[in-house]
Design a protein around this ligand. Structure first.
Ligand code: ADP
Ligand code: ZN
Length: 210
């Protein structure tokens, strides 16, 4: 098992890239911290109950809470698998927790998208509450409006995708997550791709970089 970390702002498209690549390659496993947390919230586990308020505000949940979930997934992932780790680590403290697991990090890919474009992307974002597929009303519309192509469920707008919360999430990204760029650059692991392209092109650029 090894790990490729996806770095990028909320709405950078890293989740879409990772889930599309994982769907077409059985050696890739997409692990999204946001999906793990939303799953815990939906199930009403102790971690989910604790995480809910942080998520709705657009702030980070406590490091230990998400780190325990990620460590569990790492522990249960064996064999010839590359984990596409999406949304974790989100700050330097989490990156240090990840180092301690000694899971080998193959590369860190920064999906680069300007803030102006992020806001527009998130406002059109729709997601499937059942299978977690992501859509966009303009850039990546489902075949039938409001309906998931993959599983037929009704698409939803995530609570934390409202414009005010999006602003807060971008601030959190710049303050807490961006320092990871220098952190991984210093280790010689960082690659950058232009995330401001069509989904298919983004995925190709990512594959080439990882
Ligand atoms: P996005 O990347 O679009 O912001 P995510 O689905 O990755 O969305 O995350 C949604 C929310 O889940 C975040 O705003 C935050 O509250 C929480 N979260 C996800 N990953 C982490 C993490 N590694 N550390 C702390 N909180 C996290
Ligand atoms: Zn679905």
């Amino acid at each position: 098992m090894n790990i490729v970390i996806l770095l990028g702002a909320p709405g950078s498209g890293k989740g879409t890239i990772a889930s599309n690549l994982a769907a077409e390659n059985t050696n890739l496993k997409h692990v999204s911290s946001g999906d793990l947390l939303r799953g815990a919230v939906a199930k009403g586990t102790a971690a989910g109950v604790e995480a809910k308020a942080y998520m709705e505000k657009g702030s980070l949940v406590p490091d230990a809470l998400i780190a325990e979930m990620i460590k569990d997934v790492i522990a249960e992932t064996e064999g010839d698998v590359t984990m596409l780790l999406d949304g974790f680590p989100r700050n330097v403290a989490q990156a240090e927790i990840l180092e301690k697991t000694q899971a080998p990090i193959k590369s860190v890919v920064l999906v680069d998208v300007p803030d102006e474009i992020i806001a527009e992307r998130i406002s059109g974002r729709r997601s499937c509450p059942e299978c977690k597929a992501g859509y966009h009303v303009k850039a990546l519309p489902p075949k039938v409006e409001g309906v998931c192509d993959k599983c037929g469920a009704a698409l939803v707008i995530r609570k934390d995708d409202n414009p005010d919360t999006v602003k807060d999430r971008l601030v959190v990204y710049h303050n807490e997550t961006e320092p990871l760029i220098a952190f991984y650059e210093a280790k010689g692991l960082l690659k950058r791709i232009d995330g401001n392209q069509e989904p298919q092109k983004n995925a190709e650029a990512f594959k080439a970089a990882m």
